[in-house]
Design a protein around this ligand. Structure first.
Ligand SMILES: [Zn+2]
Length: 239
């Protein structure tokens, strides 16, 4: 009886995870995690920055390789490292909205996440002189009202495929890269983390993983696109 209870409990957790968080779940609305492409093209994306020195190290790697990435940035981190975003944009990388504080509790209070998105949009607009179109919710959390709220604001919700389930614990870069390569198909939007929530933190293994992943993807004949190019949407609006 106890075993049955535990079994049902685990199943409930899995179903809830899949509905609200799994990249492939589209039950609550369209939240693209890949583009329907036959050619070998991939979009590299980076969440939770800016976080120095790691965001700049990743940008150095991309710039040396002539690759443009898409950075979903946290408003409170932008306030900490305002110059980083200028450098990213000057190099042609695309910047999107990843909330103001990245706190899970903001999902639990009505209106709180909307205010987070709006505050981060204001910060980004001030910095960029234009308004980002791409947005990604922390942990890829989704529910119909949330995705509708983003679209009403002219934002395009973009999910993706996590490079490695344990990247957050900074497993070694080679292991992260191996998993990232195994998960990549034509049209994949791949997620790395140049920061950790809204708090920064050690990300050297991610930097190494990005280097190795690029090497591996090139060897497999992949080319690289930004998310807006991949999905055929604009990256910014003028206002
Ligand atoms: Zn995040």
């Amino acid at each position: 009886m106890i075993a049955l209870g535990i079994g049902i409990g685990l199943l409930a957790v899995l179903v809830l995870y899949w509905l609200f968080l799994a990249p492939s779940a589209q039950v609550f609305g369209h939240y693209p995690y890949r583009a329907g492409r036959a050619d070998r093209v991939v979009a590299l994306t980076f969440d939770d920055g800016p976080n120095e020195p790691y965001t700049s190290q990743i940008a150095d790697l991309l710039d040396r390789q002539g690759i443009r990435g898409t950075f979903f940035q946290v408003g409170s981190c932008i306030e900490r490292h305002p110059a980083t975003i200028d450098r990213l944009v000057a190099a042609g990388h695309v910047v999107g909205n990843h909330s103001l504080t990245h706190r899970f509790t903001t999902y639990l209070r009505p209106g709180a996440f909307r205010r987070e998105i709006d505050a981060s949009q204001r910060l980004l607009r001030e910095r960029l002189g234009r308004t980002p179109v791409l947005a990604r919710t922390p942990w890829l959390w989704r529910q119909p009202a949330l995705l509708r709220m983003l679209r009403r604001r002219g934002l395009e919700p973009v999910a993706g495929v996590f490079c490695h389930p344990l990247e957050v614990f900074q497993r070694d870069g080679a292991a992260i890269a191996r998993r990232a390569l195994a998960r990549t198909r034509p049209g994949t939007i791949l997620i790395f983390h140049d920061g950790f929530d809204g708090r920064g933190g050690y990300r050297a293994e991610t930097v190494e993983a990005v280097r190795l992943t690029i090497e591996g993807l090139r060897a497999r004949g992949y080319r690289f696109a930004t998310v807006d190019e991949m999905l055929g949407v604009p990256a910014y609006r003028s206002q």
